[in-house]
Design a protein around this ligand. Sequence first.
Ligand code: NAD
Length: 280
Amino acid sequence: MSSKKRSHNARAVVTGAGSGIGRAFALELARRGSQVVAADIDLDSAEETIQQIQVLGGKGLAVEVDVSSESSVRNLADAAEQWFGLPTLVINNAGIGTGGTVIGDGKLDVWRRTIDVNLWSVIYGTDVFTPLLKQAGYGGIINTASAAGIASAPGMAPYSVSKAGVISVSETLAAELHRTDIAVTVLCPSFVPTNIFSGEFIDARSAAEAKRLAEESKLGPDDIARRTLDANDKGRLYVLPQADAKVVWRFKRLLPVVFGKVAARAVKLPDSGATRTASG
Ligand code: NAD
């Protein structure tokens, strides 16, 4: 198998495939001749994705999964293996947005759910699927993190911590798989227009601001999916598809203390009026 063809004619599993970036991954994979297991907690939305894959002439299977549950992720792997054999590309993408929480405000339920859905999902997904990819002998793992995992902006710690964890898991896995033909990629978008800003853990003000920023994004979910699959084909670890994410990445690495001060001034926290703290 040529490593340049990982996203082509793959046997792919995509979580969060019922909406947004996950659906875009699923459809782009179908265009590349891949068979796709589209998994989501909302089975109806995953089935809609499969219908769209079929319109493209592709093959897919919708599976209900709760990525915050180890047994559910194991069942997903079993369902995929039964349907197409060993997977060759796994995209741990499902996630929820949170914003407008300040450390010390006691919203520990927000922390728990965010870490469960955004970080434990990737821990389960990589732990369960990596042995299967090793058995297949080649392939790719793509984990969807966020530029928030680099920025650590005030007011969105649960989301940022979950995504920083996803970046770290991905970096570690890439090192562990260095001598294999399995490429690990971590996707770190800034704001992308999807349904993520309407969840129960984002306050209304943060959600509105995040939606506005997402609408300004030059890249939509389809662009993000294409670029990320191309990057995984090339064996690239980091994908920061948008210019603002690249600026954050470089600024934070070069001048971390100055970056923290600038972020603190730029963001108004929930208890001080308008907030620019929303996840994406
Ligand atoms: P979205 O809300 O459009 O799609 C997320 C999908 O995940 C939905 O279909 C939802 O049903 C599913 N999901 C949620 N919880 C689940 C669970 N427990 N088990 C299985 N499926 C679950 O949002 P999106 O923007 O496409 O988000 C995809 C990923 O991109 C997320 O990890 C998100 O954190 C990340 N991200 C998004 C943005 C952005 O601005 N949209 C920016 C950075 C990172």
